[in-house]
Write a protein that binds this ligand. Structure first.
Ligand SMILES: [Mn+2]
Length: 335
């Protein structure tokens, strides 16, 4: 739980400030967009001037949350956005605790004279980087923290729009209530958000049931090309530039492919090769004690224990394949 002391401290800072800038990480997910939308609505209801400035455009399936088209993309009007960032009293970094994850905003955020406050549920926060932090890694989502935060201020602020944005963050960061941090608190909060106007059927439909015909066809081609090795313990999949061209899609449209191949019974290592314009992007996934990050390091990348990635240059997917099989051979029998 976030403490009353921390919340009160940040509430005090908020009440003494007028101008706010909110931002989140590159390639924002439902928790990132839900956080900036819910928190900006909340601050606005408190009579504050609020701007949301992100590095990335909002993914197509989350734009419905941004009804007033409040989210500014930094590069679209760098000069005006710099002015807003430098003129802010408080900058909130939401759903990330690292300035470099804001990409193009990193320098201007850090150099701004504004107070910097982080609200985030990821590990590795550096308190010295911020004037205040609200951080707890036991939360399933930043939106869940924001729920506790806003509720501590006043229940009144959680209207249907705020409730919907918060629900989206919790739903997406728990993988629709499947991941380990899905506990009774999560359900209690979602029950309250439901009562306040969040519609789970509508929100799931908007976010998850948005696969285009072309996306489904690309997925079919990807699944049709899967190769299995080591008695089905390793699965290898690829997407080529030709595939992307054929269906008019790009790398943004293959989200979920890696978790799909890891759902195959018996698979312990999954590797995906994605041919980009200048290189091949490798994604490594593993189960149990097999280190996906060690495999990624072999290719100049890194990551978490069961999920890693690397970018390789100057080789084709066909050349990479036997090398990847050799790499997996070193780890596949780890129990
Ligand atoms: Mn999150």
């Amino acid at each position: 739980m976030i403490t009353e002391e921390t919340t009160d401290k940040v509430l005090k800072l908020i009440s003494s400030a007028e101008k706010f800038v909110l931002t989140t990480h590159v390639a924002p997910d439902g928790d990132a967009i839900g956080s900036v939308i819910a928190f900006s609505d909340y601050l606005y209801a408190k009579g504050k001037q609020v701007e949301i400035i992100n590095h990335s455009p909002t993914p197509f399936n989350l734009t419905f949350l941004d009804k007033g088209e409040k989210i500014r993309v930094y590069a679209n009007d760098q000069e005006a956005n710099n002015e807003l960032i430098n003129g802010a009293d408080i900058i909130f970094l939401l759903d990330t605790n690292e300035f470099h994850r804001t990409k193009s905003l990193e320098q201007v955020l850090q150099n701004s004279p504004a107070m910097k406050i982080c609200i985030d549920h990821h590990a590795g926060i550096k308190p010295e980087m911020f004037n205040a932090i609200v951080s707890d890694t036991s939360y399933a989502a930043t939106c869940q923290m924001l729920y506790d935060f806003i509720k501590h201020d006043s229940d009144e602020y959680i209207n249907a729009e705020v409730a919907s944005a918060l629900y989206v963050g919790i739903m997406t960061d728990t993988g629709s209530f499947r991941y380990p941090r899905t506990d009774s608190d999560v359900f209690r909060i979602c029950a309250d958000l439901f009562d306040k106007g969040a519609d789970p059927v509508f929100l799931y439909d908007e976010i998850c049931n948005r696969v285009s015909k072309e996306m489904m066809q690309l997925q079919a081609a990807f699944l049709g090309g899967l190769e299995f090795h080591f008695d089905g313990k390793m699965v290898l999949g690829k997407v080529t530039q030709a595939d992307f061209k054929k269906y008019g899609l790009n790398v943004d449209h293959i989200e979920g492919f890696t978790s799909l191949i890891m759902s195959i019974s018996g698979v312990r290592v999954g590797i995906m090769m994605v041919e980009l314009r200048d290189n091949i992007k490798l994604s490594f996934r593993s189960k149990g004690n097999i280190p996906a990050n060690a495999m990624a390091i072999d290719y100049g990348g890194g990551g978490h224990f069961n999920a890693g990635g690397a970018n390789v240059y100057g080789v084709t997917e066909d050349e990479l394949k036997p090398q990847l099989i050799e790499t997996v051979k070193k780890y596949i029998d780890i129990t």
